[in-house]
Ligand binder design. Sequence first.
Ligand code: GLY
Ligand code: MN
Ligand code: MN
Length: 429
Amino acid sequence: MKYLAIDSHLFIKNRKKFSAKLAHNTFAIFNANDVMPTNADGTMPFRQNNDLFWLSGVDQEESLLLLYPENPNEKEREILFLKETNKEIAIWEGAKLSKEDAFNASGIRTVYWLEELESKLKELIIKADAVYLNKNIHSRAATEVETRDDRFRKKITEKFASKQIKEVAPIMHELRSIKSDTEIALMQKACDITEKGLRRILPFIKPGVMEYEIEAELMHEFLRNRSNGFAYQPIIGSGIDSCVLHYIENNKACNDGDILLMDFGAEYANYASDLTRTVPVNGRFSERQRAVYSAVLHVMKEATSMLRPGTIYKEYNVEVGKLMEAELIKLGLLDKHDVQKQDPKNPLYRKYFMHGTSHYLGLDVHDVGSIETPMQEGMVFTCEPGIYILEEALGIRLENDILITKDKPFDLMGNIPIELEEIEDIMNA
Ligand code: GLY
Ligand code: MN
Ligand code: MN
C-alpha cells in the first residue's frame, strides 16, 4: 500500500458501532474481494472489499473477518482469518501480513490462518442463533460476476441449511454513510491530491494536447502523492465528447475553441474524491461558454447551500431542477411557455441536464447510503450539476465534494479553482 498507516482506532470504533446493530447471539462474516482475472495468468490490481476494510483496515486478498460480539469466549468475539505467508509467496510476492501486522492495522488480537477457518466456523455456527452474510445490494450494481461473499453464502447455506441467514448490507449502508472525523481527514487528503492534479494540468492544456496526455499528467501527480491512482475511470472529453456522460476513451486531440470536460478524482487509502472541471482548450472562455458555465456554477452554489441536515434527497433534486429550468430559459434553450405546460413527471430541463445532482461519496465513488433518509451531519455528497448542449458540442459540468455539517455545508474542494477568472489566470500563467 502506498498510503500512510491509518490509526487502528478508526476500525476499532467502526466495529463497535457495527456490533451494537447485531441481533442477540449472532455473528457476521465479511469476505475480501477476489483478485479478478484478466487473461492467461494476468489479474486486475487487487481492490479490497469496502465493508471488510471499513471494519478492519486489512488491505489484503483472501482475508475474512468474523464478528461475534456476544461470544461467551471473549477471545473470539473478533477474528481475522488470513492467508499465511510461505517461502514461495515470500519470494514471488513478498510476505503477507503477519499476525502482528494484522493486529497493528486492525486492533484485532485474534488472528488465525485460513486453514483454521472451516473447523472454527463449524464450532461457532452451532453456538449462534443466526449468521449475517454480506451481499452487494447497491442500487446501481449490475454485475454477473459471483463475489467471494456470494460463493461463501452458497457454501454456508448448503452446509448449514437450517441456520438462519441475515443481511449485513443494510447495516453497513447506514453506518458507512456517516463519516467519522478520521474518515473525513482521509477524504480531504484524496481531495487535496486531486487539487494538485488539477493545478498541474491547467497550464498544460493547450490546443493540440491529447486527452490521454492530460490523463497521464494526472496519474503522475496522483502516484507521487501516495494515491493508488484514479478513484474511477477518468473522463477527459473535449468538444462533442463533453456531452457524453461516461466518455472514457480519452483518445482525441483537444482543439482550439473547444470546451474540455474533465471528471476525475484521486483515491487515497481506498477513499474516493470526485471532481469535475470544464475549461476552454485555448485558455479563454468564449462568450457562449462563459454564459453556460456561469449558469452551471450558479446552480451548483445554490444546490450546495441546500446540502444540510434534514434535506430530503428527492425534494432537493426537484429544487435543483427548478433552478436549472430558470437558467435554461435565460440561456434560450427552453421556452418559458413550454415549461409552464410541461409534464411535471418529465420536465423539459432533462433534455440538457439528464443526471442526478448528487450522490454519496466515501470508500465507493457512488457510495452506499439511503436516499430516503434525510441528510445528516457527517454525510458526504457530491454536487455536480451540468448542462449538455449536443447541438453546440458544449457540455459543462462542475463537481465538488460536500460534507454535511451542523452549520454551513463544508466544501472539501473549497480550495480548488472554479471561478471563470481563476481558471483562465492559471491556464495562462
Ligand atoms: N465520476 C462519476 C460521477 O461523477 O458520478
Ligand atoms: Mn465525477
Ligand atoms: Mn460524481
